[in-house]
Design a protein around this ligand. Sequence first.
Ligand code: SF4
Length: 144
Amino acid sequence: MKKPVLVSACLAGIYCSYNGSYNTTESVVELVRRGEAIPFCPEVHGGLPTPRPPCELNADGRVVDNTGADRTEQFLRGAEEGLKLAKLAGCSEAILKARSPSCGKDVIYDGTFTSTRVRGNGVFADLLLKNGITVHTEEIPPSK
Ligand code: SF4
């Protein structure tokens, strides 16, 4: 049996985005509908509410929200829970939300809340990559 893909829950239309909205992406919804994907939100599973203040990842590895509160612990906890789920389900691939401080791959915001992009991975994407899981984004999905 084909192993499922782990996907950012917000891409599947689940209510978990920081601003209380949705990032619904029809191709991801379709994977879930077919039983080929498992939705997961590392920030919510790390203990943060929806909606919540936006967070950004700093160069020193700390995650801070726009009120100055340090959310590193919640981000790390959520990433660990997501890795646990990925291993449990045998996922070797993930499709995650681009530029998120948790889910972004290759490009994220720089921690200044000025919409400045830098090279880097979100906390969750980085942990999956370090554990051998291939990470795509909804903007550059896996080729069929
Ligand atoms: S942490 Fe990931 S799954 Fe959760 S809302 Fe942000 S981008 Fe979506």
